[in-house]
Ligand binder design. Sequence first.
Ligand code: FMN
Length: 166
Amino acid sequence: MRVLVAYGTTGGGTGEIAAWIADELQAAGLTVSLVPAGEVTGVAEYDAVILGSALYAYGWHADARRFVQRFSQRLTGRPVWLFSSGPLDVSADTGPVPPVRHAETALRELGAREHQTFGGRMTTDAHGWLGHVARQLAREGHAGDFRNPGRVRAWARGLADEITAS
Ligand SMILES: Cc1cc2nc3c(=O)[nH]c(=O)nc-3n(C[C@H](O)[C@H](O)[C@H](O)COP(=O)(O)O)c2cc1C
C-alpha cells in the first residue's frame, strides 16, 4: 500500500518529524513518499495520507493550508491523519492540545481521522529571521527542541496498523 507523508515547514523541524513517521511506516512494510506539501502534484496513487504542519502565530504553514485546498475533493473516502508541530515546552506531551483553527478546517475538509500536536523545535542555529527570533526566545529561556521522537514514532506505528488493516 502506498502512503503520502506531506509536510509544511520553515525551519525543518516538522520535516524531520514527517521523516520519523515515514521511517516507521516503511518499517511496517508500507511504500512511503515523503514530500514537502508544496511539492505534491497529485494524490491519486496513495491509499492513505498523513499531512503535518509547523505552527506559526496560531496557524498552519501556508503549504499545508494550500494542500488542504488543492486536494480536499480528491481525498474523499481515503484515510487521512493530521499533525501539528509547535509548542516550545512540554505541553504537547503532558495532555491533549486542541487543534488550531487551520487544523480544524483540515480535519473537516479532508474528513481526517485524527489530529495530533507534537512539540516543536526552535534552536539558535536557525538561519535568517527564524534565527533572529530563536536567539530572542533563547534569551527569554524559551528556545529548545521539544520534539519527542518516541511519541511520534509510536503514533506512526499505530497508523501503520490501521492502514494495513484497512
Ligand atoms: C514567529 C514564530 C511564531 C510561532 N508561533 C507558534 C504558535 O502559534 N504555536 C506554537 O505551538 N508554536 C509556535 N511557534 C513554534 C514553532 O511552531 C516551532 O518552532 C516549530 O517546531 C517550527 O517548525 P519548523 O521548524 O518545521 O518550521 C512559533 C515560532 C516562531 C518563530
